[in-house]
Design a protein around this ligand. Structure first.
Ligand SMILES: CC(=O)SCCNC(=O)CCNC(=O)[C@H](O)C(C)(C)COP(=O)(O)OP(=O)(O)OC[C@H]1O[C@@H](n2cnc3c(N)ncnc32)[C@H](O)[C@@H]1OP(=O)(O)O
Length: 411
């Protein structure tokens, strides 16, 4: 019995060891995403989330050549739709060519849902519940955003409890709170945001997104109601001409005397992403390419009224698990929900800004809530591989006051 316990403990430790390869490592053999497009105006403004999810699931099967019947389970991060988008997810799976014997569910950890889905699948593989799975994410903010995403009423006692009441603050107000409390100036926020656009435009120009982005052919409807088929190939919220000076002219979006504007907040957007995971031993058996290892994951709670500080707490927690310090990470993929919170998190942890979001982030690319965490896995892995670097960290802030972080290693 104690031998078995030791054996299991050994496997867990191996999984969390950076720089080591073990047959039981959970590895990533595919990480793909759709373009991220502007909500209500972009390429997917007339596209339902189940279509975006089906497109990325189908591409995962086609590009890897895996038999979809071998994929035991799929988890999909999805934030806004009714019933968590569970029915749409099953519809997407079947439409994408998966057999009826396969299964799927959705997960909602708000803005970190896509990353959470990847972690749940990695855990299920690690503990032997499944052999092969997909962690994915999808969101059509165009079709799901707005008051319908909130319950019509709350319990009086709970919603009068201050910390609970803070969970209901608009996200833009939490951004203002972070800027004010920690003195993140408008200038710093605008400079960070202009850089996000510049880096994303540069990455597209140099083809650095080609490996992770799949083209999606959709039906668009014009103002006259005419339908046409369009193949959406690239993120369409990026504004390469953005400068700190042009951003300085924008009015605050959430409070009259605030700092957060349409230019230094993440964009309302639409998109999907999917990550195929299995044990290293399974990937070898199936002769699938090992792109990287999903090494560790952690979450941390923070005050809901400054939810954007989440990465400053989740990153040290996940790094402690794997015995790394801040400087030993090669690339950070930090969600840019708002420039205020991204700047705060980077400065608080003393992260070298040159290591942060080398292909831009949600301010330029967009932030389709449920999709973003899985999108970050694809963006980070392809960048680690392109640059020959090894260790990457993903981090997210989470709307009701949490942070999430994961460590990935390129093969
Ligand atoms: C845990 C989490 O992750 S929380 C985060 C969850 N996500 C959110 O809360 C979404 C946050 N973002 C938003 O709510 C919205 O983007 C808002 C309210 C900030 C702005 O919404 P909109 O007003 O619809 O944005 P829109 O894209 O139209 O921009 C407004 C204007 O700002 C200007 N603008 C925006 N970006 C730029 C830029 N980079 N450079 C110059 N001007 C810009 C433009 O003039 C634009 O108008 P135009 O496109 O017609 O020229």
């Amino acid at each position: 019995m104690s031998n078995r316990v030791n054996q299991v403990a050994g496997h867990l430790a191996a999984h969390h060891q950076v720089g080591q390869k073990h047959p039981d490592d959970v590895v990533i053999v595919s990480a793909l995403r759709t373009p991220m497009t502007r909500g209500k105006r972009g390429g997917f403004k007339d596209t339902h989330p189940e279509f975006l999810l089906a497109a990325v699931l189908k591409a995962t099967v086609e590009r890897t050549g895996i038999d979809p019947a071998l994929i035991d389970d799929i988890q999909v991060g999805n934030v806004l739709p009714a019933s968590g988008g569970a029915t749409q997810a099953r519809m997407a799976q079947l439409y994408a060519g998966f057999p009826e014997t396969s299964s799927i569910s959705t997960v909602n950890r708000q803005c970190s849902s896509g990353l959470q889905a990847v972690h749940y699948i990695a855990s299920a593989i690690q503990n032997g519940t499944i052999d092969i799975g997909i962690g994915a994410g999808v969101e059509s903010m165009t079709l799901s955003y707005g008051p319908s995403a909130m319950p019509p009423s709350y319990d009086d006692d709970i919603s009068a409890f201050p910390a609970a009441a803070d969970c209901l603050l608009p996200m833009g107000i939490t951004s203002e709170n972070v800027a004010k409390k920690f003195g993140v100036s408008r200038e710093k926020q605008d400079s960070f945001s202009a850089l996000s656009h510049k880096k994303a435009a540069n990455a597209w120009k140099n083809g650095w997104f080609n490996e992770e982005v799949i083209p999606v052919t959709v039906t668009q409807v014009d103002k006259e109601g005419n339908e046409k088929k369009v193949t959406v190939k690239a993120d369409d919220g990026i504004r390469p001409e953005t400068t700190p000076e042009s951003l300085a002219k924008l009015k605050p979006a959430f409070s009259k005397d605030g700092f957060t504007t349409a230019g230094n907040a993440s964009q309302v957007s639409d998109g999907a992403a999917a990550v195929l995971l299995m044990k290293r031993s399974t990937a070898k058996k199936l002769n699938l390419p090992i792109l990287g290892k999903f090494t560790a994951f952690a979450t941390a709670g923070v005050p809901p009224n400054i939810m954007g500080v989440g990465p400053a707490y989740a990153i040290p927690k996940v790094l402690k698990k794997v015995g790394l310090n801040i400087n030993q990470v090669d690339i950070y993929e930090i969600n840019e929900a708002f420039a205020s919170q991204a700047v705060y998190s980077v400065e608080k942890l003393g992260i070298d800004i040159n290591k942060v979001n080398p292909k831009g982030g949600a301010i330029a690319m967009g932030h389709p809530l449920g999709a973003t965490g899985a999108r970050q896995v694809a963006t980070l892995l392809t960048e680690l591989r392109r640059t020959g670097k090894k260790i990457g960290v993903i981090s997210m802030c989470i709307g009701s006051g949490m942070g999430a972080a994961a460590v990935l290693e390129a093969e």
